[in-house]
Design a protein around this ligand. Structure first.
Ligand SMILES: *Cc1c(COP(=O)(O)O)cnc(C)c1O
Length: 377
């Protein structure tokens, strides 16, 4: 057994094949140093607009608004659409709690629907069945960097005249029919939490297919401050702005994002090569037209107790995480449970996220596969 911890620059860190640890280096230090040297660590400074511009160009959006988190991005998307009490928002049962908490902030009702067994993302047929006269939006979560069946979802939304908000917090770099995830819905939301494809420590980004909707958001996240009247506040706003210090790290990460993406996709290929011949291992499938970013590669493994398997793998130096638990299992959301969520349950019970940190080498990933295969044989 490997020593599970090592010291690095005074911090105790995992000595393992890492799940999702951030990849920070000299460029991040240099840019953060510039922000500190200039004294621009807060909401003024050149890195914020530059980061927004680079990000927008990367995914092919006209513009982007940076925020404090992906959760804040989702909140502002819902808020800008005027969603509130009496409204319903459709959301997959299988996702991170950060997808649904913003719905609760608005006072709208979350309507949970099941995911597809193949993609692990929203089942369009289940979405259609869940639509009522109160439905205002669908939150399409591109889980683990896979892609939702966007053609079907967008058609349903159009037919019923409701908005799609893409939770692309895990799918930065994923594309569907040649267009980036986040560009299909009225809003696309991204996250730069420490474990995501790129990080700013904590942060988020909002893009919109209707660019008129972004300016009001810029005002809202800045306490509702009026742009044209000095010291005047025209709305109840939020303090959701990204800081220049955060954006400095983000800008450095943007210069490395192509490498990160290449690495993540390579890991995914290695996992498929090494593990897909095991009958008990099932990979999620990309929908037709979809090409995932595979922020993390998750698999289903049949016939294992996931908690026990996870512990055995930790002992062998392989850091993994269980798949998200169906949200309706949690007290705040249990009252909104309205179905069995059979696929979400199955995927939770059998699901495991494999090491995906870009600090791992390809050899690390092959080693993880060797250890996993050994455990499953
Ligand atoms: C990370 C994440 C969020 C929230 O992003 P934060 O920046 O951590 O607020 C929301 N939804 C999903 C699916 C996520 O993975």
């Amino acid at each position: 057994m490997k020593d599970p911890f090592v010291q690095k620059q005074g911090f105790i860190i995992f000595n393992m094949i890492l799940l999702d640890a951030p990849n920070l280096g000299s460029l991040e230090k240099e840019y953060a140093g510039k922000a500190i040297d200039a004294g621009f660590i807060s909401t003024f400074g050149p890195f914020v607009p530059e980061f927004e511009k680079k990000f927008a160009a990367f995914i092919g959006a006209d513009a982007a608004v940076s925020l404090q988190s992906g959760t804040a991005a989702l909140h502002m998307a819902l808020h800008q659409l005027g969603i509130g009490p009496g409204d319903e928002v459709i959301i997959p049962a299988l996702t991170f709690v950060g997808s649904v908490n913003p719905v609760m902030y608005t006072g709208a009702v979350p309507v949970f629907v099941d995911v597809e067994e193949s993609t692990w993302c929203l089942d369009p047929a289940a979405v259609e069945r869940a639509i009522t006269s109160k439905t205002k939006a669908i939150i399409a979560v591109h889980l683990y960097g896979n892609v939702c069946a966007m053609t079907a979802l967008m058609n349903i939304a159009k037919r019923h005249n409701i908005h799609v908000i893409e939770d692309a917090t895990e799918s930065l770099g994923a594309v569907y029919n040649g267009k980036a995830t986040g560009l299909y819905g009225t809003f696309g939301c991204f996250s730069f939490n420490g474990n995501k494809l790129i990080t700013t420590g904590g942060g988020g980004m909002l893009v919109s297919s209707d660019s008129d909707r972004l300016e009001p958001v810029r005002r809202l996240i800045n306490q509702g401050k009026d742009k044209t009247r000095e010291g005047f506040f025209s709305d109840v706003g939020f303090n959701y702005r990204m800081t220049n210090l955060e954006a400095s790290v983000g800008l450095a990460q943007m210069q490395r994002i192509d490498d990160f993406l290449r690495q993540k996709r390579k890991y995914h290929v290695i996992y498929r090569e090494e593990l897909s011949n095991f009958k008990r291992v099932i990979f999620p499938q990309e929908p037709e037209g979809g090409s995932g970013s595979w922020w993390l590669t998750p698999v289903r493994i049949m016939g294992e107790n996931m908690d026990i398997l996870r512990q055995r793998l930790v002992d062998l130096g392989v850091q993994t995480r269980r798949v998200f638990r169906p949200l309706t299992d949690f007290p705040p959301f249990a009252p909104f449970s309205s179905a069995e969520y059979k696929n979400a349950r199955l995927i939770y019970e059998q699901g495991l996220c494999l090491p995906g940190s870009t600090l791992n080498s390809k050899e690390d990933i092959r080693e993880a596969c060797r250890i996993i295969k050994n455990e499953l044989s």
